[in-house]
Design a protein around this ligand. Structure first.
Ligand SMILES: C[S@@+](CC[C@H](N)C(=O)[O-])C[C@H]1O[C@@H](n2cnc3c(N)ncnc32)[C@H](O)[C@@H]1O
Length: 263
């Protein structure tokens, strides 16, 4: 089997694919980390199988079509860092007909957060300081998704799957979800990678913590029992590696809209 590891970084996934029996693994990265990956590959005795290639994997034309593309180029709420978008052309140019991509899909999840701590973390830096009214920045801070660690007890109810995005595909994506909640301080964001054959990796607050941690969108709201959301996610206009999240919300008595930037 021929494999492409798109965005190989440390080379770990390329090495694991080689150890699992791949005939050849093309390990591509555009960053200097590729030289460190060379050491990982050589010291693991896998230099005959793993071919390290420097470049942008959007432009790469491999010497042969591959049966499998593996990638871990996920950022905040999985989709920041533009890994999903970058994968489209590399798969068009290099994936054999019938070939697979791993992960096969990314599920985006949202949960109602009732606890004050994540909201305080989001707004905390914007208080009055030495007579300077940083609190004037609070409306801006409310539009900024933050990276944080959510605990299961921060949630005011169970999360819901917003959408499942197959790889490769392009943004925008989104969906609708409905929560039962009396009041919330914001929305918790996590994701699940579909690794095939019944395997998956979830970043749910009750799952083992990963380097992605979780993300929190401030939305202090009296819901009075029910909250319905419609969400759309697209690349940020002036920063393709960031995300813009637009949200329409409705409770029993009010409705509104909110926008966030996440990176
Ligand atoms: C989150 S790191 C993970 C790397 C690796 N899977 C690991 O576990 O060490 C993502 C890597 O993808 C690379 N990358 C992202 N987009 C790329 C692109 N379009 N072309 C080449 N490399 C890219 C980055 O330089 C970075 O090294």
């Amino acid at each position: 089997m021929a494999v492409l590891d798109a965005g190989t970084g440390s080379g770990i996934l390329a090495c694991l694919a080689a150890r699992a029996g791949a005939r050849v693994v093309y390990a591509v990265d555009q960053a200097d980390i590729l030289e460190a990956a060379r050491g990982v590959v050589e010291r693991s005795g896998l230099a005959a199988q793993v071919r390290l290639l420097r470049g942008d994997f959007r432009d790469i034309r491999l010497p042969e079509p591959v049966d499998l593309v593996i990638t871990e180029t996920f950022g905040a709420w999985a989709l920041a860092e533009a890994g999903l978008e970058d994968l489209v052309t590399t798969c068009q140019n290099n994936l054999a007909p019938g070939g697979k991509v791993l992960p096969g899909a990314v599920e985006l999840w949202l949960g109602p957060v009732g606890d004050l701590a994540p909201l305080e973390e989001a707004l905390g830096p914007f208080s009055r300081y030495e007579g300077v009214h940083l609190d004037a920045l609070i409306p801006t801070a409310l539009r900024r998704g933050i990276t944080t660690t959510l605990l299961p007890e921060h949630l005011a109810g169970p999360g819901r799957r917003l959408c499942s995005v197959p790889l490769p595909s392009r943004l925008p994506c989104g969906g609708r979800v409905r929560f039962e909640a009396e009041r919330i301080t914001g929305l918790g964001c996590w994701f699940q990678l579909d690794l095939g054959e019944g395997y998956s990796l979830s970043t749910h607050p009750s799952a083992p913590l990963t380097h992605w941690r979780h993300h929190f969108l401030p939305l202090p709201l009296e819901c009075g029992g029910e909250l319905a959301l419609e969400v759309e996610i697209e690349p940020a206009k002036e920063d393709r590696r960031g995300l813009e999240i637009s949200l329409s919300w409705q409770t029993a008595t009010q409705q509104g809209q909110a926008w966030y930037r996440l990176r």
